[in-house]
Design a protein around this ligand. Structure first.
Ligand code: ZN
Length: 876
């Protein structure tokens, strides 16, 4: 464990590396507890680095065995080695080969950073700072080197040996039970992209022919017996490779591309060059075990990691402050891929829902930070929704501002200029500015200013002149370290909808508005639209063109009108959601829900509209979640009151629309064999939404319908949704169904995760005790991140009434788990603690209880830097 009070690192302190590594030859002799790592670094003084600087290499908990310079062993005072650092105060020359031997214990590595074991296989995770847990190295992303890796292991224990790049040699080690493989990666890369895998794994194989005729061998490695579950991932990989050639002109650049699925993994997946390592949750799927959300998650994550080959690997980040350079851009790319493969509006709605749930809440609380932070204590804690999801929104806005052709020209220039380099956000933005001739300096504030801008909009209709004036004011609320902000450049897509439901012409001073986008750049601004026949209803921020909170003077009647007529599907969705949100806010504040007629009418029209696809209807009619209502209320939130308002509204909708939901439930029944495609998934989503509303009263009929679906389902989506409906009702069918589900899937850890999650989400006082019992269940393990997330993580993140119990027991429980987990896996512990990011919006009693729990964590001696950082900032 490192120093518990790590120093803050500032972007402004960046200095180029003093030493470069031209090439590195690694030799791993794998052993469960004593893996020997020999590293030969061809070091060269960086002409751009500090003059006469010593060689200082990073380490983390390392044991040095041997050190040699140009083949001569070194001793004593010529170097200084601590577990965390290797220093050569007086390097012998400006270029030399440093040979380092270390011993590491993969079995004892419960942090899952560096080299570790999972299901008795060997595997590595090096981003961001895991390589220094393997050997001493300048472990920073701007040191790019050519890696050759020899891996040796017992052949019976690890018949499969994988590394980055292409396989150049393999064979047996004479006179032993061991064998080896040598992998060479010709593309210079930083150490965080290093990977190796050794173990007993089954392979599914395929191939891909690139546009220029390179035959690429594709492999997905899984546990034996699970080969059949990797087919969808392989299909998604091939589609991703084709799409990147078509949409971005990017081809794959090695002879092999391998993916390995492992069951113990801190994150979703990792884009190591030519050897992606995946959480098996994002590889394995069959209709029986995976939901539609799992299928789309696999498609998205496979694409994301593959796309990193160009945005992240070929062009990498200069330092970790630039994390959004690779992540925001690559999330944007995977979102675009899924939009092309599926329904674009539905994908956009799902992405915005996720953005608001995770990122807008982050922006509103003590953990708010810019898309590109300027300071950090623990970089592990910046793999956030702001860096990823808001980072993607910033790239999307760039495309909206520059148009399709301008955006592509900027991307092409970025690839041309920076291929093989470690780049910055400034490099990225400059590529677009130079390709299009546009000044993007104000736009770049999106990377520097944290907080969600609030756009306040009102309209004035002048019948005589045929004009409509839109007055827009923008404000970015204060966030930690940023009390005042400058006005941002906000692309506002809009339409003016006429009384007939059609868009009226959009012109400013008789000049047509290009692409329907106006640019808001000042604190206060007016736009005068001309040439109108009738008072329009404005449809604002179409397609969610900017990640802002929009406050408008639209009435409920305007929203009902937009929900029925808006040409922009996103805003049709948003209109109905906004009606529901306003009602829920009032309901939560006053304890009584306003009249529901308008919402019911709008919902009925959407259900009956045959021009809309089922997936869209399911999104539009799913009521805003408790988290979204809480975020909108922003202060003195009583989660029980939010829950009660939402329950009342669900009852009102379910009752008023019972007939329509019953018709929909029957109409959306499957007509053929299961298929995970978007259209079939949409039908299931709408049918399952209907099932939920039909059971909302807890009537015997509704429960019986859910039970029947649970028992007859031929796929996981239908089965788990029916089970979810049953678990939210206090009925005898609940426990019986939970037991039946467990019995059916007890051998399948990923499915049992769903079983944990459903129980963690029950909004009832008994849930906390249920979770404590489940933690003792043989299927649960605190050592496996997926288990922790599915039970304790789901409780903290998605069960607001029980996590925020008024007696404080929920808060106390979660922080106790954080403290226990911190000694094993600080990264997962810190993420769990980050569930407290919204505690300031709670009403005083719950806020005090959360603060008490956080304080107890902060005052615990020996915390990891990860957990200490979150606790300190949350209390801030
Ligand atoms: Zn990524």
């Amino acid at each position: 464990m490192r120093d518990a009070e790590p120093k803050a690192i500032h972007l402004s302190d960046y200095r180029p590396p003093a030493w470069l590594v031209d090439k590195v030859d690694l030799d791993f002799s794998l052993h469960p507890s004593q893996t020997r790592v020999t590293s030969k670094l061809s070091l060269r003084r960086n002409p751009a680095g500090a003059l006469g600087a010593p060689v200082v290499l990073d380490g983390d908990g390392l044991t040095l065995v041997r050190l040699a310079i140009d083949g001569k062993p070194m001793a004593g005072p010529s170097f200084e080695a601590t577990p965390d650092r290797l220093t050569l105060a007086h390097p012998p020359a400006d270029a030399f080969v440093l040979e380092i031997e270390t011993l590491v214990d993969p079995t004892a590595n419960t942090q899952l950073m560096g080299l570790y074991r999972t299901s008795s296989n060997y595997c590595t995770q090096c981003e961001p700072e895991g390589f220094r847990r393997i050997t001493y190295y300048p472990d920073r992303p701007d040191v790019l080197s050519v890696f050759t890796t020899r891996v040796e292991a017992d052949e019976a224990e690890s018949p499969v040996l994988l590394g980055n790049g292409n396989l150049v040699e393999s064979g047996k080690v004479d006179g032993t039970s061991r064998h080896y493989a040598v992998w060479h990666d010709p593309w210079p890369k930083p150490s965080y992209l290093f990977a190796l895998v050794g173990g007993r794994l089954a392979k599914i194989s395929d191939s891909f022919l690139t546009r220029s005729g390179r035959e690429v061998e594709l492999g997905i490695y899984v546990e034996h017996g699970k080969e059949a579950r990797a087919g969808y991932a392989m299909d998604a990989l091939k589609r991703s490779m084709r799409w990147d050639e078509e949409a971005f002109g990017r081809e794959y650049d090695l002879d092999v591309f391998n993916i390995v699925a492992v069951s113990d993994f801190n994150m979703g997946a990792m884009e190591n060059k030519g050897l992606n390592v995946f959480n098996d949750k994002y590889v394995l799927a069959t209709p029986e075990t995976a939901t539609d959300a799992d299928y789309s998650g696999i498609e998205g994550v496979i694409a994301h990691e593959y796309f990193h080959n160009w945005t992240g690997n070929r062009i990498t980040c200069r330092d970790w402050f630039q994390l959004c350079l690779k992540e925001g851009l690559t999330v944007f790319r995977d979102q675009e891929f899924s939009s092309d493969e599926r329904s674009r509006p539905v994908k956009r709605i799902a992405d915005v829902r996720a953005l608001k749930a995770a990122q807008f809440t982050e922006d509103q609380g003590p953990l708010a930070h810019p898309v590109r932070p300027e300071t950090y204590r623990e970089i592990n804690n910046f793999y956030t929704a702001t860096v990823y999801e808001k980072g993607a929104e910033v790239v999307r806005m760039l495309k909206t501002l520059l148009g399709e052709a301008g955006f592509r020209a900027g991307m092409d220039l970025y690839f041309e200029r920076h291929d093989g380099e470690a780049a910055t956000i400034e490099d990225f933005v400059a590529s677009f500015a130079d390709a299009t001739g546009r000044d993007l300096s104000q736009f770049a504030l999106w990377y520097a200013q944290s907080g969600t801008p609030v756009l306040t909009v009102s309209g004035a209709w002048d019948a005589e002149a045929g004009t409509y004036r839109l007055d827009v004011a923008q404000e970015v609320p204060p966030t930690p370290g940023q009390p005042t902000k400058k006005p941002m450049l906000i692309p506002l897509a809009l339409g003016l909808v006429g009384p007939d439901g059609r868009d009226q012409p959009l012109a400013l001073g008789n000049v047509p508005v290009e692409n329907g986008v106006v640019e808001v750049s000042e604190a206060r601004q007016s736009f005068l639209f001309t040439g109108l026949d009738a008072r329009p209803v404005p449809s604002l921020n179409r397609g969610f063109s900017a990640p802002v909170n929009l406050v408008s003077d639209l009435t409920e009647a305007d929203r009902v009108f937009l929900a029925a007529h808006d040409a922009d599907p996103f805003n049709r969705f948003d209109a109905i959601q906004r009606i529901a949100l306003e009602m829920l806010k009032t309901g939560a504040r006053t304890g009584s829900l306003p009249a529901t007629e308008a919402l019911v009418t709008a919902a009925r029209a959407i259900l009956a509209d045959t021009t809309l696809d089922a997936a869209f209807k399911a999104q539009a009619l799913a009521l805003p979640g408790e988290g979204e209502v809480a975020r909108e209320l922003a202060k003195d939130v009583d989660p029980d009151a939010v829950f009660a308002a939402r329950k009342t509204l669900r009852l009102a909708m379910g009752t008023a629309l019972e007939g329509a939901f019953a018709t929909t439930y029957s109409a959306m029944a499957a007509t053929g064999p299961f298929s995970p495609d978007a259209s079939s998934a949409g039908r299931r989503a709408l049918r399952n939404l209907s099932l939920d509303f039909l059971a909302v009263t807890g009537s015997a009929e509704g429960i019986a319908r859910a039970k029947a679906q649970f028992e007859a389902a031929d796929n996981m989506t239908d089965r788990i949704t029916a089970l979810a409906v049953l678990t939210q009702h206090e009925v005898p069918e609940r426990e019986a169904a939970l037991q039946a589900f467990y019995d059916r899937f007890e051998r399948d850890a990923l499915v049992i995760d769903k079983w944990f999650t459903l129980q963690a989400q029950i909004a009832a006082p008994g849930t906390l005790d249920r979770i404590k019992d489940l933690m003792l269940h043989p299927a649960f393990s605190l050592g496996n991140p997926n288990r922790v997330r599915s039970l304790v993580g789901a409780f903290a993140a998605t069960n607001p009434t029980q996590f925020n119990r008024a007696d404080g027991a929920g808060h106390e429980f979660v922080t106790d788990v954080v403290l226990t987990l911190d000694g094993k896996n600080p990264q997962v512990a810190a993420r769990l603690l980050a569930s407290f990011k919204t505690f300031r919006q709670l009403e005083p009693v719950r806020r005090a209880s959360a603060e008490r729990a956080l304080r107890k964590v902060a005052e615990t001696p020996g915390l990891s830097p990860d957990v200490a950082d979150i606790a300190t900032r949350a209390l801030g």
